[in-house]
Ligand binder design. Structure first.
Ligand code: 7RM
Length: 649
């Protein structure tokens, strides 16, 4: 096991954080636990700009969720953009809000709080001109340009509900989301740029909108000037209608529980769910966690490498940092362009102090050798963060010793799209860390480990990670399908929120997330459902059945392993495997790629016809001799064929 690393002096010295050491952490944790309502209400009132201050904390409980969503700060009224923009103007008007680094290292934009406020108001006024009003859904399908953040905030300014769709998703995925949330306006761009490659965002949009859809207007930001198709009755250039608008737009008053955004996320079954986050609780939770966990200081240059299409980009590039008046770096490119030193080159050029990325990127960069790191001055760094998947101790130690030169603390932040923000994590100036552990819950979060039968595990042990009490940042429901929200998260263990993750707790009380226990795979920090792959595979005429599982992958965290049963008379070939991967790309998106294919005579099924996924998982994980009880299988001979033909990278 890795040793415990005490917090480096440079991280704890002069910290403005109320939680600046472990004694203070314990005090704050206990204080919150004594009265969670009082704690969160205090945070909400202190940190957030309200039009009408809330007088109540939580209404409802986990047990009552089947009857309807719970709420936080229910009598409060606000517009989250006042916390993110207006409240910063007096003291930080000329401070850089968004520091944008484009695909090419010399392409930078520095947008001050004054400018961002003006731009958001302009875009909000343009959206109104396009007919968008409070409660309407707006899909945002963009790359990493500042205008993506402007578009999100512009929606929030007028009380419209945004749903950002990651720019790697296919036309079909985009269309599914447009239809599910019934959006009449899409905001996109001509093309995205990533590692000198062009991403045809407008083309994909056009394809997604073929046939009947509710979309009436497509607002297109011109990023590259590349050629695009144009429908005069539907398409509008951002540059034609946004710049001419007024830089003032009164913030629409919203209820604390009005939806702020919908974000689609993959689960163990069916199509992705549109998780709904609401204004008051989400902004309270993201601003509190961003400030506390990263130990934010006024002149920090904070850089989160996520994409705004994922929850990390929402919470920790846009909403949390801006609500805290931080300088938030937004990065358009990839870590290996023009070479594997790009991140550290950026650290040196911009003087980044807090750097937040995913374990998959750390592993990929570590594999390139240390020279790409040491070539650049990293002395500005104070806090390093990771998110998205478990980090193996080797990668963690490399991040700590090589990137941070032992001067920085690492915050390994566990959270989910559903939780809205960070739940289990070190607090930079306070928590001693050790590679692979997300350490301890933040104040106001109460983890609980259960065994499969719902018996609570106390002290040291391993089990299924649940959260015992509500917190303000949690998703309230699934858009249009509250029963699905209930059955996914609140039925396994009535009265608790079930995360879907396995977890160990050590003798120190530290939490070690072991990964998903359901049919969700985390590939390079991108969350995907095995069911989504399976439905693509069986949509091919030659495929009779398909079973997809994850397997440990040295760089990506998890890889995707598929078992394919062909229709009678069809023959298997590697070309056919490529064809299936093309189909995944087309139906899901560029990030959906199967690493290993195994052609099998059948799937292992019980006599009642249920696929025994455990067998598929064990073989893919390279443990064919740990299958457990297979006596209930309808045809045990299938298992031998599966074991014999097992593939490895
Ligand atoms: C923020 C985000 C959520 C799933 C979650 C875990 C895994 C996230 C960590 C982690 C170990 C971490 N949202 N996960 N953070 N596992 N250590 N620090 O990633 O909805 O896309 O994914 O990601 O399995 O359930 S997400």
């Amino acid at each position: 096991m890795s040793p415990l690393r005490e917090v480096p002096d440079r991280v704890s010295a002069g910290s403005p954080n109320p939680i600046s050491d472990m004694a203070k952490y314990q005090q704050m944790y206990d204080y919150a636990l004594e009265d969670l309502d009082r704690f969160w209400l205090g945070v909400a009132r202190e940190k957030i700009t309200w039009m009408k201050e809330p007088s109540i904390g939580l209404s409802g409980s986990f047990s009552e969720i089947p009857d309807g969503p719970l709420s936080w700060f229910n009598d409060g009224k606000l517009n989250v953009t006042e916390s993110c923009l207006d409240s910063n103007l007096a003291s930080r008007g000329e401070k850089i809000a968004i520091l944008w680094e484009g695909d090419e290292p010399d392409e930078c934009r520095r947008i001050t709080y004054n400018e961002l406020h003006g731009e958001v108001c302009r875009a909000a006024n343009a959206l109104k001109e396009l007919g968008v009003s409070k409660g309407d859904r707006v899909i945002i399908y963009m790359g990493m340009v500042p205008e993506a953040a402007v578009a999100m905030l512009a929606c929030a300014r007028i009380g419209a509900i945004h749903s950002v769709v990651f720019g790697g998703f296919s036309a079909e995925s985009l269309r599914d989301r447009v239809l599910d949330c019934d959006s009449r306006v899409i905001i996109t761009q001509d093309e995205g740029m990533r590692g000198s490659r062009k991403i045809p965002l407008k083309d994909v949009c056009d394809e997604a909108l073929e046939g009947d859809t509710p979309v009436q207007k497509v607002l297109v930001y011109r990023r590259t000037g590349g050629d695009v198709q144009w429908d005069d009755s539907r398409d509008v250039w951002w540059q034609d209608i946004v710049p001419e608008q007024s830089t003032e737009c009164a913030a629409t008053e919203c209820d604390a529980e009005d939806p702020l955004f919908i974000l689609y996320t993959s689960g163990s079954t069916g199509m992705p769910k549109g998780l709904v986050h609401t204004c008051g609780g989400y902004i309270t939770f993201t601003s509190y966690t961003h400030e506390t966990v990263f130990d934010l200081r006024e002149d920090d240059v904070y850089a989160c490498m996520a994409d705004v299409g994922w929850i990390t980009g929402h919470s920790y590039i846009v909403y949390g940092p801006l609500a805290n008046g931080a300088t938030s770096l937004m990065f358009e490119s990839i870590p290996t362009y023009p070479d594997a030193g790009r991140y550290w080159d950026m650290v040196a050029r911009h003087g980044i102090t807090i750097f937040y990325t995913a374990p998959t990127a750390i592993r990929a960069l570590a594999a390139q050798g240390n020279d790409f790191v040491t070539a650049h001055d990293r002395s500005s760094l104070r806090v390093l963060g990771t998110v998205g998947e478990p980090i193996n101790p080797d990668a963690w130690n490399w991040y700590y010793d090589v990137v941070g030169e032992g001067r920085c603390n690492i915050v390994d932040t566990w959270w989910q799209t559903e939780t809205g923000g960070i739940c289990i994590t070190p607090i930079a100036p306070a928590t001693p860390t050790t590679g692979g552990s997300a350490t301890l819950p933040i104040p106001g979060i109460v983890p609980l480990l259960n065994d499969a039968d719902g018996n609570r595990i106390d002290g040291e042990g391993e089990g299924l990670l649940c959260l015992e009490y509500p917190w303000p940042g949690q998703a309230r429901t699934v858009w249009g399908d509250h029963p699905r929200f209930v059955s996914t998260y609140f039925e396994h263990f009535p009265g608790l929120y079930f995360t879907g993750d396995g977890c160990k707790r050590d003798s120190r009380g530290y939490y070690w997330i072991t990964g998903r226990v359901d049919d969700v795979i985390n590939v390079s920090g991108h969350r995907m459902g095995t069911a989504e792959f399976e439905s693509v595979l069986v949509s091919h005429d030659s495929v009779a059945e398909a079973g997809v599982v994850g397997f440990p992958h040295p760089i990506k965290g998890s890889g995707v392993y598929s078992y394919i049963v062909l229709q009678p008379d069809e023959t298997w070939s590697m070309d056919f495997a490529d064809e299936l991967n093309l189909l995944c790309r087309k139906q899901i998106g560029a990030h959906a790629k199967i690493d290993l294919f195994q052609h099998v005579p059948g799937l292992p099924k019980t006599r009642s016809g249920k696929v025994m996924r455990r067998i598929l998982r064990k073989v893919a994980e390279g443990e064919p001799d740990a299958l457990g009880d297979i006596s209930t299988l309808a045809d045990p001979s299938v298992v031998d064929a599966i074991k014999d033909g097992a593939k490895t990278l």
